[in-house]
Each structure stands twice: as structure tokens, then as C-alpha cells.
Design a protein around this ligand. Structure first.
Ligand code: SF4
Length: 234
């Protein structure tokens, strides 16, 4: 059964340059301590499922100005219904963006090959060392880090539009981490450094952290720009 656990009717910030609707799918295989979608990750069964018919009616009634749908979560590629959801959206002539943590390259490949996705936003949480990636994602990444790397390669070698992005979190990231991430994605189309917001985090201790100052964020930006040409801060 298709489980949509949340929706934002109109967003101007979830897909650069597009007016989109955002749909939230449940569950995640990471436990990033700074995650702000804790209910979708930890106890999605407590969230009400929005019937597809209601979403479909909204999208049909507003299709003159909604350009696309951003599917996020949680981790949407864990959902068995993701492919069929994308088919439904494509039948409605809507563009589709997927937000992913990159652990399911097989699903991303299928979506690309079947022309069911127009944009992929892939989180690169940390430099690709087991210790660092595990710390930032809150799980042992032994089995999954290669999957993320595989998704990075897959996307860079495809014709799809995409961005890589990293949320920078005090206590977890230093500019040298961004440098090490950027070394892995030299030549990518777009890299986004995302500011961390200290609200409703999975680990309550992270809600008390003071986010990086503008000056500190600028240091991260300058570091990334030495290696990647198209970098922005969000
Ligand atoms: S921030 Fe981490 S735990 Fe939260 S949804 Fe994204 S990948 Fe999952």
C-alpha cells in the first residue's frame, strides 16, 4: 500500500527554480542525530497516512501552476511503492524530484532508466571513511557506504539533473571534511552546503547546538569552491 505520511501543498524551497508539492514517505535506514524528521524515521506508524486520492485531486486541481513533486522522507527509496508513485506522477505530466541518502543505487538506476525521475538530490553526509560516515549517520555504515558511493558514481555518469548536498553540523563537520567530500565529487554539476537547524532533532542534544555562524559557513563554502565550481549555501 502506498503510504504517504505528510505533504506540503506548495513549496518554493524544495526544488530550486520550481514550484512543487512535497510528499513525505516513511522510514529511514539512517539515524542521523541531527535529523529533523524524527517521527517519520522512528515511529512512522503513528503518523496518519494521506490517501493517494486526496493528493491526486489536489495535484490535478492545481496542475496549471504546480511544476513538479519532490518525494522525500525518511528515505523514499525504501518504499516499495516509490516506482508506482513516480509512474502516477509522470502520467499526470509532473516533474519528479527524489531526495535520497544514496543507499539504494538499484532503485535510483531503475528510476533513471525508466525516465521516472527528473532530479535527484543526494545527501553526502560525511567524508567516505567508515568512522566518519557512521558517526554522522548514527549507524554502522560497513554495509552501506559502498552503496552511497555507487549512487554518487551512477548519478555523475548519467544525464540526469542532480545535486549533492551536505548538512554541516557543529561537532560533526569541519571544513577539512568538506574538502574530503569535494575530492570525491570533482566535476559534479552542483554541490549544496546546507545549514543545520537545531529543531526537533532525533538526538535531543543536537537541538541545543548553536548552528555555525555566517563566517564559519563561509569557510566551508570557500573550502568547497577550491575543488567544485558550482557550490551554493542553503
Ligand atoms: S536526516 Fe538522516 S535519519 Fe533523517 S531522514 Fe535523512 S537520512 Fe534519514
Amino acid at each position: 500500500m502506498l503510504e504517504i505520511k505528510g505533504a506540503i501543498d506548495i513549496s518554493l524551497v524544495d526544488w530550486d527554480g520550481k514550484v512543487c508539492t512535497v510528499l513525505f514517505l516513511p522510514n529511514c535506514n539512517f539515524r542521523c542525530p541531527f535529523c529533523q524528521n524524527s517521527s517519520l524515521v522512528l515511529h512512522p506508524e503513528k503518523e496518519e497516512t494521506i490517501p493517494w486520492k486526496r493528493i491526486e485531486a489536489y495535484l490535478s486541481g492545481n496542475k496549471s501552476w504546480i511544476e513538479g513533486v519532490c518525494i522525500t522522507g525518511g528515505e523514499p527509496t525504501l518504499s516499495e511503492e516509490l516506482l508506482s508513485l513516480c509512474v502516477k506522477l509522470k502520467e499526470m505530466k509532473l516533474a519528479v524530484k527524489i531526495d535520497t541518502n544514496g543507499t539504494n543505487p538499484e532503485m535510483i538506476e531503475q528510476l533513471i532508466n525508466k525516465n521516472l525521475v527528473d532530479y535527484v538530490a543526494l545527501d553526502i553526509k560525511a567524508p567516505f571513511t567508515l568512522e566518519k560516515y557512521s558517526r554522522v549517520t548514527g549507524i554502522n555504515m560497513e554495509k552501506l557506504m559502498e552503496k552511497v558511493k555507487q549512487t554518487v558514481k551512477l548519478i555523475m555518469n548519467s544525464a540526469i539533473d542532480y545535486e549533492f548536498r551536505t548538512t554541516i553540523v557543529p561537532t560533526l563537520h569541519k571544513p577539512s571534511d568538506i574538502e574530503n567530500i569535494c575530492k570525491e565529487i570533482i566535476g559534479c554539476k552542483k554541490y549544496v552546503i546546507q545549514r543545520f537547524r537545531a529543531e526537533n532533532t532525533i538526538d535531543p542534544a543536537y537541538s541545543k547546538l548553536k548552528p555555525f555562524s555566517d563566517q564559519e559557513v563561509n569557510e566551508f563554502l570557500k573550502t568547497a569552491k577550491k575543488l567544485v565550481s558550482n557550490v551554493t549555501v542553503r
